[in-house]
Design a protein around this ligand. Sequence first.
Ligand SMILES: [Zn+2]
Length: 263
Amino acid sequence: MSGVDRRQALLTVAAGAVGLLAGGGPVLARSLSDRDDKTLKARKTAAHGPPPDPGYAHGPIQALQRPVHGLKDLSPAAPPTAVALTVDDGPHPTWTPQMLDLLAEFHVPATFSLIGQQVQEFPELVKRIVAGGHQVSDHTVSHPINLPDLSAARIKEEIGDAHDRIAQTTGVAPKFFRAPGGNWSTQVLDTATEHGMISIDWAVDPRDWARPGTGQITNTLLAAKAGDILLCHDGGGDRAETIRALRNVIPALQKRGLTFVAL
Ligand SMILES: [Zn+2]
């Protein structure tokens, strides 16, 4: 993409006016995990974003050096007691309805990272997610775990086509993107930004997809602190352990004074 095209794309993104703290804030200062070190390459030093425009209530989306790990990196700021539950790899005809019922029971909004192929297969579930007051996030078309290794064109397809499919199904363009397996790269981050989405990682990962047992999932999630983004799944296999764990974890965290928010 030429400089002019890129600038135009970012200006288009800016019109969506989803705020993120300006470059140089805590997102950029945070140290990388080992996993991120392997996949993130040094970024170009040139600024990509459009100049600040005081006309926007929130700043334009900034090109990120790394994904957002915690709620303090988002703007406007979440309440100080907030935690965010993210639910990945759906929609799934068995587990998504159980997850939605559980969240409704405890009045918990969450953020669902949706796989495009499954959005196409189960559009009614996606509509039910949105009708329940939950946020939706782009999780690529086919969940390639090696997304950073694909060509720029394939990365654009995986991210852009899922974005469009979610938008067409729900009538709302997703504002967030999560890379499969949390495998990020500069190309992946930039492509998400070009589609108007903030890249979201997590702070608390019970690895529920590996079915480590309800007790272990529960204990990991109970370590959540205010400001954390929690990762769980409603697809990719039998999620009975996840549902059982959340049934204990949600009221326990609420009793501790934490408030669940959608991103
Ligand atoms: Zn996933």
